[in-house]
Ligand binder design. Structure first.
Ligand SMILES: [Zn+2]
Length: 649
């Protein structure tokens, strides 16, 4: 999950450190199973948590919506919750909830949680196609799964850890109880994949030589780098640097910075982001403007390495963020033998890049100006360097958990709607106030829980949807969206038959909102469906707050978009009903500062799930509509992903 604030190269900050800005790259977070960790049998199954009754549907909600709203507005003190409500919640849940509270040590009474379970409203009746949705998509049902998945016994769900295995077991059991069938292919729930950890040791100094002499660049101060290949040793000799401007190839924009130049074996020097002006969607960052794109296109072009020039405006964050979070330890899927790769991926400060191009008798400002134009051509700098480094490699097995609801229509059921939510989190890390378990309650037990509830609602509809629906709880998101990458590259059904992806990461915990925030608004006609159902809820869909930050490319749906699947990703609304203007945004900011990627991301008594219920209903409605629609959703014709989808025809 990404917060409102950004810290980009630390798209994968988690393994590197503690704070949102990443931390010391030399101290990766030890989420891999360590020898001292208890074994699986000791952790499972605690009676009442893992072996509860199968019927997990929420409790009936009060019929009158005004009553429900009133109940939320005037949430009584925990002590005021009466015995009637205890009975209403039920004995099993009471036991389990008490149990959970003891284990997660959230310091609130069980009555407070009971109240949370019981009194947050469902507004399902106003929009649901039937009673099914109203009784299934409730705050209680979402909270139950969230509590289970963020329980301390799951040890933060780090990839490859015993806690992750428990999470997988839980997800399979719940998917099974909903009536899904195994969705990973060959009758399997799990789609296993390996996670490769690379830790590179770069030299302290890089000597660069050009026509006007040579200079030494200090690691950290002037440049940072990471291995491009999964190899123990890398040696680059006498590599020549070529300035390629923004390095973009965008046929739909009639833009090609390479103009057929042979850059095989070169080190490419890139400007970050994309050309200024109205092209490339103006201030909205497209994938061409992401630094990851630069590395990918360099590999495709047969280059040996790529260096991105950092500036704070073009990146959206200061050099310190790059310095602290890039390089050091990285995670990847195993590289296929035939995949084009560069040897080294790095960043340079603007100041270091200026000095470097001066060695070639060039001026960086002039080069930058030339790169704004579509007639730009690559500029060989005749500046070279040698670079040798070692990389430690190790591999951890993990898996996606996938369930399938078969479609009812003999023809349409070969096409599939895909829900995704990452179930992994950071595992065990540095203790803060004695708590070393990074529970990831909001990130992303909540999104996973919500997907399970949506699955039940869709499975229990009186009429089974026409298309099939896959529910994928993906792993290793926190290491760089790797579970969804594996899923997109090895989908259980052909990618062209995946008609839409609806992704859940994080969710609303501050109450019902008037707004729905959509990341990547304007990219596909899924927007129209979203607008329709949001309007029925009396809510307004707004674009993301920071379009220049490229959030669409930084959550799991991006990997599906990359293989052509139109994708929908909502962010939490901040215009909270009954609160003063700015209250929601302030709470979000506070959450990011104090709880995001911290061991304190746990379920607490102040969670208000009314907004999450509405978001869940929205995602249910959109998914349901797509599953029953005659024709599948499409990218807007000018969208950067439209071409990939068009190749399906
Ligand atoms: Zn996260």
């Amino acid at each position: 999950m990404l917060p409102v604030e950004d810290r980009d190269p630390a798209d994968r900050p988690d393994e590197r450190g503690l704070g949102p800005l990443g931390d010391n790259a030399c101290q990766p977070r030890p989420f891999f199973p360590a020898p001292h960790q208890p074994d699986l049998d000791q952790l499972t199954p605690r009676q009442g948590l893992m072996d509860g009754p199968d019927d997990r549907r929420g409790e009936p909600v009060p019929a009158d919506e005004d009553d429900r709203l009133e109940a939320v507005r005037r949430r009584p003190e925990p002590g005021a919750v009466g015995a009637g409500q205890l009975r209403h919640v039920g004995r099993w849940r009471t036991t389990r909830v008490r149990d959970t509270i003891r284990v997660v040590r959230i310091g609130i009474s069980s009555l407070a949680i009971l109240f949370l379970l019981d009194a947050v409203p469902s507004v399902a009746q106003t929009i649901a196609p039937g009673d099914t949705v109203a009784t299934v998509i409730t705050a209680a049902s979402i909270l139950e799964h969230t509590l289970a998945l963020s329980d301390d016994s799951l040890q933060g769900r780090g990839p490859g850890s015993p806690g992750e295995k428990i999470a997988q077991r839980y997800l399979i059991r719940e998917m099974e109880s909903v009536g899904l069938e195994p969705g990973a292919g060959s009758d399997a729930w799990l789609q296993p994949f390996d996670l490769v950890r690379l830790t590179s040791s770069m030299p302290d100094s890089l000597r660069v030589t050009g026509g006007a002499g040579s200079l030494g660049l200090a690691y950290g101060t002037d440049w940072v780098a990471a291995a491009g290949r999964q190899a123990a040793h890398t040696a680059i000799e006498d590599a020549e640097i070529v300035f390629v401007g923004y390095g973009i190839v965008a046929p739909e924009e009639e833009w090609d910075d390479y103009k057929g130049a042979d850059i095989t074996g070169k080190i490419l020097l890139f400007l970050n982001n994309d050309p200024a002006g109205d092209r490339f969607a103006g201030d909205t960052r497209l994938y061409y403007g992401r630094w990851t794109y630069k590395y990918e296109i360099a590999a495709e072009k047969g280059a040996t390495g790529a260096l991105v020039i950092h500036t704070t405006p073009s990146a959206g964050y200061p050099w310190q963020v790059v310095q602290s979070s890039f390089g050091g330890t990285e995670f990847e899927l195993p590289a296929p033998p035939d995949e084009p790769r560069i040897d080294v991926r790095g960043w340079l400060t603007h100041e270091a890049a200026s000095r470097l191009v001066e060695l070639a008798g060039q001026d960086l400002d002039a080069l930058e100006a030339a790169a704004q134009r579509s007639d730009f051509r690559p500029v060989p700098l005749e500046v070279t360097f040698d670079l040798a480094f070692t990389t430690e490699l190790d591999t951890t097995p993990t898996a996606n958990v996938i369930g399938r609801l078969p479609g009812s229509d003999p023809e349409l059921r070969d096409t599939t709607v895909l829900y995704t939510a990452h179930y992994d989190h950071l595992g065990i890390g540095q203790a803060v106030e004695g708590d070393s378990i990074y529970n990831g309650a909001r990130d992303n037990a909540l999104g996973t829980a919500t997907m399970l509830v949506i699955a039940r609602a869709l499975a229990e509809l009186p009429e089974r949807p026409s298309r099939s629906i896959l529910f994928a709880a993906v792993g290793a998101e926190e290491q760089g969206l790797l579970g969804s990458e594996h899923l997109a590259l090895h989908p259980p059904v052909p990618a062209c038959d995946l008609v839409a992806n609806l992704n859940l990461d994080g969710g609303s915990i501050f109450g019902r909102s008037d707004d729905v925030r959509q990341i990547g608004r304007g990219k596909s006609d899924l927007d129209d469906l979203l607008d329709r159902f949001a309007t029925e809820q009396g809510r307004t869909v707004l674009p993301e707050e920071f379009p220049d930050r490229g959030y669409f490319y930084r959550s799991d749906q991006f990997n599906l978009a990359k293989v052509g699947v139109p994708a929908l990703y909502l962010h939490t609304g901040v215009d909270i009903r009954g609160r003063s203007e700015g209250w929601g945004a302030a709470r979000e900011e506070e959450w990011v500062e104090t709880l995001y990627h911290q061991s304190s991301d746990e379920v607490t008594a102040d969670w208000e799930l009314g907004g999450q219920v509405e978001d869940a209903q929205l995602l249910f409605e959109v998914g349901h509509a797509v599953a029953d629609a005659e024709s599948p959703p499409a990218w807007r014709p000018s969208d950067e992903f439209a071409g990939i989808r068009a190749a399906c025809e």
